[in-house]
Design a protein around this ligand. Sequence first.
Ligand code: GSH
Length: 208
Amino acid sequence: MGHVLYSFRRCPFAMRARMALKISGADYKHREILLRDKPASMLAASPKGTVPVFIIDDEKVIDESYDLMLWALKKNDPENWLAPGLAQMQPIIEMITGEFKHHLDRYKYASRYSDDADRFSVDHSHRDEAVKILAEFETRLEKSEFLIGDVPSLADFATFPFIRQFSNVEPEWWNKPQFPRLHAWLDGLVNGELFKSIMKKHPLWVDP
Ligand SMILES: N[C@@H](CCC(=O)N[C@@H](CS)C(=O)NCC(=O)O)C(=O)O
């Protein structure tokens, strides 16, 4: 009995789930996996084969990171991440996991998607599209400290791991002065105790 989380350290979906689980104080066993070698026990619970996968008391499976965040926060939300209301937060979150992620994947992994001879170059047309979305975030952060208001909410925690991933594709370019508010916001969240604690390394899980 008890809960089990299958996770991959560097996956932004798994990161956001781990942050919500951590803040809610949920008790579970962590199973660290490799995406290229998924344990049969994880695939048995969730055949689609993405992380995170959370198993509740051997019975119920949650295999969508957003649903898992909500499950954790509905049990316990000590820092009021849900306070702004889902109606306001959901469109912001979906813009990041939808359109932004689409461009991020094509920018970051350009070699997987293009037939160009220059296979390893990043795709700046997708970077440009992603930047348009980040410009909207910058505008928001000019008005308030966090995406919605002056305290962090689910909107911030559900989105920043993807923007962090984007910032890591070409750090030199990212660090040129642009979007000062977004930079400060991202730095604060990435260097915060919560994120650091969920990025600690775990030994790899091997099915018995
Ligand atoms: N909609 C899912 C997406 C999860 C997802 O795509 N995770 C990636 C890793 S970041 C994955 O497991 N991909 C499977 C693979 O690469 O084999 C969620 O929010 O949990």
